[in-house]
Design a binder for this molecule. Structure first.
Ligand code: ADP
Ligand code: ZN
Length: 736
C-alpha cells in the first residue's frame, strides 16, 4: 500500500511535491488529477508517482483533499513523454504537464463530455444497409430518424433495449450515425472515392513507410510543392486506420485552413478531430477526449496536439516540418516536431516529416543516417516546375516597390489570363514615417523600433509590442508638416497595384485583412476561384494554399533575409522563397517566379535560384559547420529582460559567474560547455524592457543539459533572479 503521492503542481518550481493519501480514500493512479492544498490555495495537481517513502517530516506533510479522476487523465506513455520533455527543456514539470491538459480540466472539473452526447442519423444515411437480423439497430435507426436533427440522448436510447450501446456503436461503424456534439468530425457523406493512382516515387514512399510499421522509423519526405506529399500521407493514413490504428497529423498553425481539412475529410472515411488554437475550451476538451478514448481515428492539429493521448497510435505525420510555428516561443519552449520524434520512438511507430524545404536539422539527420530520405522529384498531375529568376532592381526600384520590369511581366501574365501573386513580408502601409525637415522618425516609445504606418485605420502601430497611436499630422519632434512614408508594406503595394492595374481585381491577404472570423476563407475563395487577378500578401500566402491559376509570383523584399542578424535568417529566407515560388504554376501551365533584389551577386541567393534548395542548403550548412552552430552543436539561451537599462546585463554576468564552478567540474570530467556573453539582444528594447542574452554552446547535449539543470536549481532560490524576468530556451529558433 502506497501512502504518499508525488505530484506536479502548476508552479514555477521545478520539483515535485509529496502529499499523504487519506487511508479510506480512493488511490489515484499516476496521470490522474488530485486536488491539493498549496499555501492558502487549493490547486489541481497531477500524480506523477505513488510512493511509500517521503522526505517530508510526518508533522509537516499534508494530505490531498480529493481525487478528481478515477482513471488517469494522462496515460503512462504521455506522462513519460512529458517528464522527458521537462528534463530536456529544463522546465518546471508542473507547467509542462499543464500544457498537455485541456484548459477545461486544469480546473477541478470532472472529465467527461461538456454536454451529454446526443446521437443522430446522418444526413442522407441509407438505413437499408442495416442487416434485417439486427433488430435493435433497426429500432435505434427508426427512433433516431423520428427524432430528426436534434437526435437522442443516452437515456432515450437506453429505453430501446439493454444492449443499445453495442447497437449504437455498430451504427456508428457503418457511418449511419454521428454525435451531435461533434465528438469527432464525421466522414462526409459525399466522399471522394477516386483518388489518383500513385506515381512510382509515391508508391516507393508509401511502401517504405508501410514496411516500417510496428517499429520506430523516422522518414523525411522531400518534394517540391505539388509533388504529391499530401497524397502520400493520405494513403498511409487510410491504411493505418483500416488496420485499427490512430494517426497524429501535425501541421503549422497557418496551414490548418478549411482547404486542407476539407481535403482530408473528403478523402478519409474516418472519424477525424482537429486541435488548434481556434477552438473553444469545450470543443478542445471534447476533441481531446475523443482521441484519448480511441474514438477519433485521426487527429489533425497544430503544435500542442503532440500531447494528445492516443491509445492506438500507429503513425505520426508532421507536414511542413521546417515551419517555425512548431516551436513554442514563450513559457514552456518546446519544439513539437522534435517531441513528435521522441514520441514516435517511445511508441515504436513510424514518423514522416514532410517538406519542400526541410529544416537544416532534418537534412543533417538524413546525412547522419538517422532519418531515411524519401524523395518526390517531380510535380504530380503533370504540372511543371516554375522558372525562377532574379530581377536586379539597383537604381530602378520603382517608386512604389514594384519595379518596372516586374510590372511589365505582370501585364504579360495577366493578359494571358493568369493570376499574379505578389509577396511582401511586411504588413501595413509603410514601415517608416519620417520628417523631411528634421529627419526624425516616428518611433515606438517602448521599443527600439519604428512605428509602422497603417493607412486604412489611420494609425501608427508597433509590430513588436502592439502599441498604437493616431498618425500625426505634423512631425512629433519639430512640428513641420512634411511627413514622408518610407518603404513599403502590403497595404501600400495593394494600393499601388490597384492604381497600376485599374481594371483588375486586387486582393490582399495578411493578418490585417483576415482578422474577422471567416475573412481568410472568403479571401482564399476569391483567390482560388480566379475572381481576383492579383493577390498581394505576406507569409500567410506562402504556405499550404493551392491557387491553380497563379502563373507569376513576384517576391519584393528577399534581401531582408540575406543580412538578418540571426544565424537562421538565411535558412528561413531560402525556405520562404521556395515556398512562395511553389505557389506558381501548379496546374499544367508553367509558372514563373521573379525575385527583386539589390544583391544579385549574393552567392547563396544565386545558388538558390540557379541550383535549387538542395544545393543552397548544402552550402549554407557548410557555413554553419564552420561556425560550429546548430545542427553541428547544441545551443541554449538564457534571456533576461529588465526595465533598467543594464539590469539584464548585470544579471546574466552574475549567472555566468554563478555557474562557473559547475562548468569547471564538467570540464574536469572532459565535457566542455562554452558560455558566450552577456550580449545585448538584436533589438535591445521591446515593450519598455531592455533585453540581454547569454548563450551556452556545447558538442554534448548531456553536458549542456546538466549544466542548465543546475542553473535552474540555483536560480529558483536566488534573490537576484526574483527581481528580473529570465527564461531558458533550449534549441532556440531565433535570438530575438
Ligand atoms: P504536395 O502535398 O506535395 O503539395 P499534393 O499531394 O497536394 O502535393 O498534390 C498536388 C496535386 O496533385 C493535388 O491536386 C493532388 O490531388 C494531385 N496529385 C497528387 N498525386 C497525384 C498522382 N499520383 N496523380 C495525379 N495527381 C496527383
Ligand atoms: Zn513597441
Amino acid at each position: 500500500m502506497c501512502r504518499f503521492v508525488r505530484v506536479a503542481i502548476p508552479s514555477p518550481l521545478a520539483r515535485l511535491f509529496d502529499y499523504a493519501l487519506p487511508e479510506d480514500g480512493l488511490t489515484p493512479s499516476p496521470g490522474a488529477r488530485v486536488l491539493v492544498p498549496f499555501g492558502r490555495q487549493s490547486l489541481v495537481a497531477v500524480v506523477v508517482e505513488l510512493t511509500d517513502k517521503t522526505d517530508v517530516p510526518a508533522d509537516k506533510i499534508k494530505a490531498i483533499s480529493g481525487v478528481l479522476d478515477s482513471e488517469a487523465l494522462l496515460p503512462p506513455d504521455m506522462l513519460s513523454l512529458l517528464l522527458w520533455a521537462a528534463r530536456y527543456y529544463v522546465h518546471p514539470v508542473g507547467e509542462v504537464l499543464n500544457t498537455a491538459i485541456p484548459a477545461l480540466w486544469r480546473r477541478p472539473e470532472p472529465v467527461g463530455l461538456p454536454a451529454t452526447p446526443r446521437y443522430r442519423l446522418r444526413e442522407g444515411a441509407d438505413t437499408g444497409v442495416i442487416s434485417a437480423r439486427a433488430s435493435l439497430q433497426l429500432k435505434l435507426a427508426a427512433a433516431l430518424a423520428e427524432a430528426g436533427p436534434d437526435g437522442l440522448g443516452n437515456a432515450a436510447l437506453a429505453e430501446l433495449g439493454s444492449s443499445w450501446r453495442n447497437a449504437l456503436n455498430a451504427l456508428i461503424e457503418q457511418n449511419l450515425v454521428d454525435c451531435r456534439q461533434e465528438l469527432w468530425r464525421a466522414p462526409l457523406t459525399c466522399p471522394d472515392l477516386s483518388p489518383p493512382e500513385l506515381h512510382d516515387e509515391q508508391q516507393t514512399a508509401v511502401a517504405a513507410v508501410e514496411a516500417a510499421r510496428g517499429g520506430f522509423a523516422p522518414f523525411l519526405l522531400r518534394g517540391v510543392t505539388g509533388s504529391g506529399k499530401t497524397e502520400v500521407y493520405l494513403r498511409l493514413i487510410e491504411k493505418t486506420v483500416a488496420d485499427g490504428g490512430q494517426v497524429l497529423v501535425m501541421v503549422p498553425e497557418i496551414s490548418l485552413t478549411p482547404q486542407l481539412l476539407e481535403r482530408f475529410c473528403r478523402r478519409l472515411q474516418t472519424r477525424l478531430v482537429t486541435l488548434h488554437s481556434g477552438l473553444r475550451d469545450a470543443e478542445r476538451a471534447t476533441h481531446w477526449l475523443a482521441a484519448a478514448r480511441g474514438e477519433a481515428q485521426v487527429v489533425i492539429g497544430t503544435r500542442s496536439s503532440v500531447f494528445t493521448p492516443l491509445p492506438r497510435l500507429q503513425l505520426i505525420v508532421v507536414d511542413e516540418e521546417h515551419d517555425a510555428s512548431f516551436k513554442q516561443q514563450d513559457g514552456f519552449r518546446y519544439h513539437a516536431r522534435d517531441l513528435a520524434m521522441v514520441r514516435a520512438r517511445n511508441s515504436a511507430v513510424p514518423i514522416v516529416l514532410g517538406s519542400a524545404t526541410p529544416s537544416f536539422e532534418s537534412l543533417f539527420n538524413v546525412r547522419q543516417g538517422r532519418f531515411t530520405e524519401l524523395r518526390l522529384t517531380h510535380r504530380a498531375g503533370g504540372a511543371v516546375a516554375p522558372k525562377i529568376g532574379l530581377l536586379d532592381v539597383r537604381r530602378r526600384g520603382g517608386r512604389d516597390g514594384v519595379s518596372t520590369l516586374l510590372r511589365s511581366e505582370m501585364e504579360r501574365h495577366l493578359e494571358a489570363g493568369g493570376q499574379v501573386l505578389v509577396f511582401i513580408n511586411r504588413r501595413g502601409y509603410a514601415p517608416v514615417l519620417i520628417c523631411d525637415d528634421c529627419g526624425e522618425t516616428a518611433d515606438c516609445r517602448r521599443c527600439d523600433a519604428h512605428m509602422t504606418v497603417h493607412s486604412a485605420s489611420q494609425r501608427l502601430r508597433c509590430h513588436h509590442c502592439g502599441a498604437e497611436r493616431p498618425i500625426p499630422k505634423v512631425c512629433e519632434s519639430c512640428g513641420a508638416e512634411s511627413l514622408e512614408h518610407v518603404g513599403q508594406g502590403s497595404e501600400r503595394i495593394e494600393l499601388a497595384l490597384q492604381e497600376a492595374f485599374p481594371d483588375k481585381r486586387v486582393i490582399r491577404i495578411d493578418r490585417d485583412t483576415t482578422r474577422r472570423k471567416g475573412a481568410l476563407e472568403a479571401q482564399l475563395a476569391l483567390a482560388t476561384s480566379g475572381e481576383a487577378d492579383i493577390l498581394v500578401g505576406t507569409q500567410m500566402l506562402a504556405k499550404g494554399h493551392h491557387f491553380p491559376n497563379v502563373t507569376l509570383v513576384g517576391i519584393l523584399d528577399a534581401d531582408r533575409g540575406l543580412f538578418g542578424t540571426d544565424f537562421r535568417s538565411l535558412e528561413q529566407m531560402g525556405q520562404l522563397i521556395v515556398q512562395v515560388a511553389g505557389r506558381a504554376g501548379r496546374e499544367a501551365r508553367q509558372g514563373e517566379v521573379l525575385i527583386q533584389t539589390r544583391n544579385p551577386e549574393h552567392v547563396l541567393l544565386k545558388l538558390l535560384v540557379s541550383a535549387g534548395y538542395d544545393e543552397f542548403a548544402e552550402a549554407a550548412l557548410k557555413e554553419r559547420e564552420d561556425a560550429e552552430l546548430p545542427p553541428f552543436s547544441k545551443v541554449a539561451l538564457v534571456r533576461a529582460e529588465s526595465a533598467e537599462r543594464d539590469g539584464g546585463r548585470h544579471f546574466l554576468a552574475y549567472v555566468a559567474d554563478l555557474i562557473k564552478p559547475w562548468r569547471e567540474a564538467l570540464q574536469a570530467e572532459g565535457h566542455t560547455v562554452y558560455v558566450l556573453g552577456p550580449v545585448v539582444a538584436p533589438m535591445e528594447r521591446v515593450g519598455g524592457r531592455f533585453r540581454y542574452q547569454l548563450m551556452f554552446q556545447s558538442d554534448e547535449h548531456r553536458a549542456l543539459n546538466r549544466l542548465l539543470a543546475s542553473l535552474r536549481r540555483l536560480l529558483e532560490t536566488d534573490k537576484a533572479a526574483r527581481k528580473i524576468r529570465w527564461s531558458l530556451d533550449i534549441d532556440p529558433l531565433d535570438f530575438f
